[in-house]
Structure formats: structure tokens, C-alpha cells
Design a protein. Structure first.
Length: 542
């Protein structure tokens, strides 16, 4: 073989707006990384277009001002790569794996991470085949009542979050990540020892990809995750709006590669892309600079493929492949609530459901501002925890009846008692679905509350007081004071109940849930409801 082809070098012909035209690179491949000036240079580019006498290269690292015509281009014979592994958790990195908060990390820890816990992975990979996958059936607990009850999400699913700017899309994604802290604690290791289950079933690494965000957003998110104790299991891949479009284009693929490393090692990883509208804009900018023909809204014709090859990599792997999963939450920004726009419809057709947030509800101060009529999960109750699945059936009926009769009150006149009952119960559900910013609700509390709502135990409580009612009910001090010891334990014993709920999610133990639910039903019917009502009435009287 000709050694000139093995160690091929090219030269810079021209450059403008992060696009470099190179010559004498006859054997390069699309996606290959090249270096400028020297083999050790951090001035990197990625080959995007091959033409008869030249190649077009997009700058992905370094400053274009360092280049000049005639500079040497060195081939690396490698595709774009980033860093992955346990050592990447707790870090804020760019798409190439360079750490922004390295100075804040302990030097010894950083050295150990570099040696043992960080590896290099390719950004671009093929999505797993059908044979390598399994059906989506393991629940992803978001801590958001409306989603866990009516729009269940499963591990390996792709659930789109879309809405206008300022409707709380990023806040919802952060809330989902914060809720994983309930799983990523040492208590799950105790369960693993008791039930002989692999540890990876109870650890959810999270990756948050910010595309074209503000630099102040990076500091705000880091501070929030640190304060909530979530940064240690989260990796933040960040590109600001002022960086070159090549880096913005690579950001989601870098985050996906990090998530795939955890997935392929048997973990249930979770990734957020915030947001794919900015990603589409960056790709459109690159394509126009590369002189590719524009299409609808000036986007290139392959914009669907660009997002499809990214989101198809989210998957639930088969047990033969380790049983890991990668759950994707892409975010898309709409304009004036138009979900029929080009990019929103493209991503909707790729994903397995969407959560639509509306400006109207957001302006009313409601969080999350979910339009439950336009939101859907195409996986359905197959991805619900058995506990939630058992109690949510009646909740779905009650809520749908409420939506049917909600406008009757405005007409005036006498309303039949049955219809009035649906309206009153529906109002309580709406209030229960309203949560404070970054507030999460554990599975055991969701199940207790929904069972009480759907069984009629809270029919005498005013709808606007329902959240206050449950807050008091789950308070250990007050429960002990007003309820019997056995009953109170079921209410405030969060840690023990959480353990039980988590175990009952496992497929081999699902049959035991009927016994647990019967115990809950007996508990309510033998005095819990009346005891709770008395306790609430006395507090209100005081």
C-alpha cells in the first residue's frame, strides 16, 4: 500500500465562518476528525462534504483566527469521539469531553477518574437492532403526578417535551432528574443484597445536554443540581449560543454516546436534549454555509434523518445484551403553541409520545403546565409500576368524566348529583396534579393519594384544600397524634414503603402487589378515612 495514502496530508485552501476548504485529501471519510498545523494541535475539524477536487471541513475546536491559507491538514483516521464513564458524572463538559469544572474537583479524584473511570467512545453509532431490544415495560418514575398517573413513561422510551418559550420545559426535565435521587441512594443497595438483584437496576445515571444555551444557565443549573444533591449522578454536556455551530451540532450525539456507555453496561440511563430546536438551527446554519440546497423553512432535506438517527438510539436492551436502557427526553420549542410546525412534527413522528405545555396554564402559575388533552404516551400502562397501574384506572375514568362535564356548571340550573360528583372529584385531581417548581412526589405517596381520591375517601374535603390535606396527612408528627400507631406508620414510613414499592415493581414479585393493595384497602375502610378526616377537621378548627 502506498505510504503516502496512509499518512496523507492536505492543505488549507480557504476558510470562512468556521468552514474550511481543504485539498489533497483524497481518502478521507465523512465524519473524520482532522488536525490543523500539527499532530498535537487542539485545532480540530470534522469532514462534512466530499467534492471532486476538495473537501469541506467544519471547525469543531479552536479559533478560526489561528488558521491561514496553506496550513497543513493532518488526518487522524478517527471519527468524532467524546469521553464517557463514571468519571464523567458530576462534570460539566463540552462535546469533545473537555471539563469546564475541573478546577473545582479534587486533584486526586480527577487523576483516579482519568485513569480508571473515563474512556473514549465514538459519538456516531448505529441504533440497536430489533433483535437486540426488548419491549418497553420498566417504569421511569418522574415524580410528576400528572405524568406518572396519566402519561406513564418507560425505560427506553422517547418522550418529547414541547411548548412555547417560558412554559417550563427545562424545569420539567430538571424535576425528572431530581426525582432519580430517590433511586440513586444507598438504601437500594440494601434491597439488592436482600433480593440478590444486580446493583445496576437501582442506579439511574442522568445526562443533561444543553444546546445553544446561555452561559449563565450553566452556572444556574450546576448550582441547582449541587444544592439538590443530584450533580453526583448527572453529567452536563453544555454548549453556549456563542460557540461555533459545529460544536452545537455535535452536542446531542456526545451526550447520547455517554448515555449509551451506561446503557451498554447494564444501567438505566436517562438523557435530556435541551433543545432540538436549537440543534436544528445549528445544523441549518452549517448546511447553508456548506452550500447545501435549502428546503422547507431553509432547513436541509435531511433534518429528519439528523434527529432520527439520534433518537432511535434510545432503547431498552434485551437481557442477552445486558438489560440496560437509555430513555430520551428531547425538548422542542414551539411558536404560539403551533405543534404543526416543521421541527415539532418531525420530532413528534420520531418519538413515542409527547408532553405538551401551554402558555395559558403557565401564565396562571400552574406547574407543570401540561395540556392533558394533547399529551400522550404511546407505551401506555405497560410501563407503569404495578402499584400505580392498579389505582390509576379509576383515576383516568374520573378525569375523563370531569373533562366531559367541566363546562356544565357555567350553564347554571340544577346539576344531577352524579355529574356534580364527577366535577368535584375532577377538581381535586386537577389540584393534585398541580405541583410547586422542582417538587417531586414519591411513588408510595402518589399511590396512597390517588387511591384515596378515586375511592371517595376525600369527597368531603374541599378541592382547594386537597394538597394541604395530603401534606398534613403525610406529616409524621401529626399522623402519630391523630391516628393509631399502625395506621400512622403506613403514612409516614416513607423509606420502608419506598423500598417495598421498588421491590414490587420487579417482574418476579408483581403477584404480591394484590396482597399489598388489599391491605391498603382494609386500612382505609377500617378507620383510616374517618381518622384522617377527624385529624384534618381538628387542625382546621385550631
Amino acid at each position: 500500500m502506498d505510504t503516502n495514502l496512509i499518512f496523507q496530508q492536505g492543505i488549507v485552501g480557504s476558510y470562512m465562518d468556521s468552514i474550511i476548504v481543504g485539498y489533497n485529501l483524497d481518502r478521507v471519510f465523512v465524519g473524520e476528525v482532522v488536525q490543523f498545523k500539527s499532530h498535537n494541535s487542539n485545532l480540530l475539524g470534522m469532514v462534512m462534504d466530499l467534492e471532486p477536487t476538495s473537501v469541506k471541513i467544519v471547525l469543531i475546536n479552536g479559533n478560526e483566527k489561528e488558521l491561514k491559507a496553506g496550513d497543513v491538514i493532518y488526518r487522524t483516521y478517527k471519527p468524532t469521539e467524546t469521553k464517557a464513564g463514571f468519571g464523567i458524572l458530576g462534570r460539566i463538559v463540552d462535546p469533545l469531553g473537555n471539563c469546564f469544572n475541573r478546577k473545582e474537583l479534587d486533584d486526586t479524584r480527577f487523576l483516579l477518574d482519568e485513569l480508571f473511570n473515563i474512556t473514549t467512545v465514538k459519538m456516531e453509532k448505529n441504533a440497536p437492532s430489533i433483535i437486540q431490544r426488548e419491549p418497553v415495560r420498566t417504569p421511569v418514575l418522574t415524580g410528576i403526578n400528572a405524568i406518572d398517573t396519566l402519561i406513564p413513561i418507560g425505560a427506553g422510551q422517547r418522550e418529547l417535551i414541547l411548548g412555547d418559550q417560558g412554559t417550563g420545559k427545562t424545569a420539567m426535565a430538571i424535576t425528572i432528574i431530581l426525582n432519580q435521587k430517590r433511586i440513586n441512594t444507598t438504601m437500594w443497595r440494601e434491597i439488592e443484597e436482600e433480593t440478590e438483584i444486580e446493583k445496576n437496576m437501582f442506579f439511574v445515571p442522568c445526562i443533561f445536554v444543553v444546546i445553544g444555551g446561555k452561559r449563565s444557565e450553566q452556572a444556574r443549573m450546576k448550582k441547582l443540581l449541587e444544592k439538590q444533591g443530584a450533580l453526583y449522578y448527572t453529567s452536563l454536556v453544555f454548549t453556549s449560543a456563542d460557540v461555533m455551530p459545529g460544536q452545537q451540532y455535535l452536542s446531542p450525539y456526545a451526550g447520547c454516546a455517554i448515555g449509551e456507555w451506561f446503557r451498554d453496561n447494564g444501567y438505566r440511563a436517562l438523557i435530556v436534549y435541551d433543545d432540538l430546536t436549537n440543534h436544528a438551527t445549528a445544523y441549518r446554519q452549517l448546511s447553508l454555509l456548506l452550500r447545501r440546497p435549502p428546503g422547507r423553512e431553509a432547513y436541509p432535506g435531511d433534518i429528519f434523518y439528523v434527529h432520527a438517527k439520534l433518537l432511535e438510539r434510545a432503547s431498552q436492551m434485551s437481557r442477552d445484551m445486558g438489560g440496560g436502557s437509555l430513555t430520551a427526553f428531547p425538548i422542542v420549542t414551539t411558536k404560539a403553541g403551533d405543534i404543526s410546525g416543521y421541527i415539532p412534527t418531525n420530532v413528534i413522528s420520531i418519538t413515542d409520545g409527547q408532553v405538551f405545555l401551554t402558555t395559558k396554564l403557565a401564565n396562571q402559575g400552574m406547574f407543570p403546565a401540561i395540556d392533558l388533552n394533547l399529551s400522550v404516551s404511546r407505551v401506555g400502562s405497560d410501563a407503569q409500576a404495578p402499584a400505580m397501574k392498579a389505582v390509576s384506572k379509576q383515576v383516568k375514568v374520573d378525569y375523563s368524566m370531569y373533562r366531559t362535564y367541566a363546562g356544565i356548571e357555567k350553564l347554571g340550573g340544577d346539576i344531577p348529583a352524579s355529574i356534580l360528583g364527577y366535577i368535584n372529584r375532577g377538581k381535586k385531581l386537577v389540584n393534585f396534579f398541580t405541583q410547586d417548581l422542582y417538587e417531586t412526589c414519591s411513588l408510595y405517596r402518589q399511590v396512597f393519594s390517588l387511591y384515596a381520591l378515586s375511592s371517595g375517601f376525600t369527597d368531603t374535603v374541599q378541592s382547594e384544600l386537597i394538597k394541604y390535606y395530603f401534606d398534613l396527612l403525610f406529616d409524621e408528627t401529626l399522623s402519630v397524634q391523630y391516628l393509631t400507631a399502625d395506621t400512622a406508620w403506613y403514612i409516614y414510613g416513607a423509606e420502608e414503603i419506598n423500598k417495598a414499592m421498588r421491590v414490587f415493581e420487579l417482574e418476579s414479585l408483581k403477584d404480591k402487589w394484590d396482597e399489598v393493595l388489599k391491605g391498603f384497602r382494609d386500612l382505609w375502610e377500617t378507620g383510616f378515612a374517618s381518622g384522617a378526616a377527624n385529624f384534618f377537621d381538628q387542625l382546621k378548627g385550631n
